[in-house]
Design a protein. Structure first.
Length: 214
């Protein structure tokens, strides 16, 4: 227990860093994921192609490699940002590909007649998608989106290797201070449980309120 009590501020900073990465990365992933899902079902061929390339590349690229590409590659093109922001970009873009596919699968569950009826009323593609299709699709994809964001929270551990303060990175300092590695990782695991169980609880509430009854 002394590992936690003696280093409460260190664990607190790490936990806060993980929460920030998770929150900001999730927001970016959700925005990009819904946008790319819209592109993938759009009537414009160039948008569909862009969405397909985005998903194909990111889903098949290791997250660690994407971190290297963002953190080390973007500065070569004059994009210089804090490492934490680079980490959010890597996490958000990577996770957006999985959010996109979850949303697209939800869109495919909406009867085709819904879209046809909206178009017959003179609604544009954007209006049809935003007011008819996506609200119905969202109800069926709440569980997979929740699971994807839980994975994002755990993936944030990679950011510690790029000088970003987060929970897993605390073990380096504690190891240097001579604390036992077993209890060090036990309390790190407890921290991740707090984050992931919180996300799970939020999405359980969303599913009970808006999810599709099965």
């Amino acid at each position: 227990m002394n590992v936690l009590t003696d280093n409460l501020s260190l664990y607190g900073d790490g936990l806060l860093g993980t929460v920030e990465l998770t929150v900001y990365g999730s927001l970016l992933a959700l925005v990009l994921g819904f946008l790319m899902a819209s592109f993938r079902v759009a009537p414009v061929a160039s948008l569909r192609a862009f969405g397909t390339v985005w998903v194909t590349v990111l889903r098949n690229t290791p997250l660690t490699l994407l971190f290297f590409a963002v953190v080390l590659g973007l500065p070569r093109f004059g994009v210089v940002l804090p490492f934490r922001l680079f980490a959010v970009l890597a996490l958000g873009c990577y996770t957006s590909a999985f959010i996109c596919e979850a949303v697209r699968s939800g869109i495919n569950t909406v009867p085709v007649g819904q879209g046809e009826a909206a178009r017959s009323l003179g609604m544009t593609f954007g209006q049809t998608l935003g007011t008819v299709i996506l609200p119905q699709a969202f109800r069926s994809v709440i569980p997979p989106i929740g699971s994807t964001l839980i994975a994002l929270a755990k993936n944030s551990a990679i950011a510690g290797s790029f000088s970003v303060t987060e929970l897993l990175g605390t073990y380096k300092t504690l190891n240097e201070l001579g604390y036992g590695i077993v209890w060090t990782f036990v309390w790190i695991a407890v921290g991740y449980l707090i984050v992931t169980l919180t996300i799970s609880a939020v999405f359980n509430v969303l599913e009970k309120r808006w999810g599709v009854a099965r």
